[in-house]
Design a protein around this ligand. Structure first.
Ligand code: SF4
Ligand code: F3S
Length: 105
């Protein structure tokens, strides 16, 4: 499966949702997640994200933390299939790391 990772937090550009053939993105207040059981591993969303937040779960997630976060919130957040405006201050957060811990948890 593919997963959304920390770079999405507070950037939330939503370019990714428009290309997913199975509509498996789910929207929280600060970032999106992919439903790992619904993703068909096509990979088309990965290059759409301007901040490279989307990765195969085999990369950049050695302890499975982001796979767990994607699984958990995909069950409770609403589905999103249409691009929305990013937060007005999204650019400020593009290069910041550890955003989930800082702003969300
Ligand atoms: Fe959707 Fe394909 Fe991305 Fe999975 S890899 S979330 S199926 S676009
Ligand atoms: Fe997030 Fe990138 Fe999609 S910032 S909403 S994963 S386009």
């Amino acid at each position: 499966t593919y997963i959304v990772t920390d770079a999405c937090v507070r950037c939330k550009y939503t370019d990714c949702v428009e290309v997913c053939p199975v509509d498996c993105f789910y929207e929280g207040e600060n970032f999106l997640v992919i439903h790992p059981d619904e993703c068909i591993d096509c990979g088309v969303c990965e290059p759409e994200c301007p901040v490279e937040a989307i990765k195969p779960d085999t990369e950049d997630d050695p302890d499975g933390k982001w796979l767990e976060i994607n699984s958990k919130y995909a069950e409770v957040w609403p589905n999103i299939t249409i691009k929305r405006d990013a937060p007005p201050d999204a650019e400020k957060f593009e290069t910041e790391t550890g955003k989930y811990e800082k702003y969300f948890s």
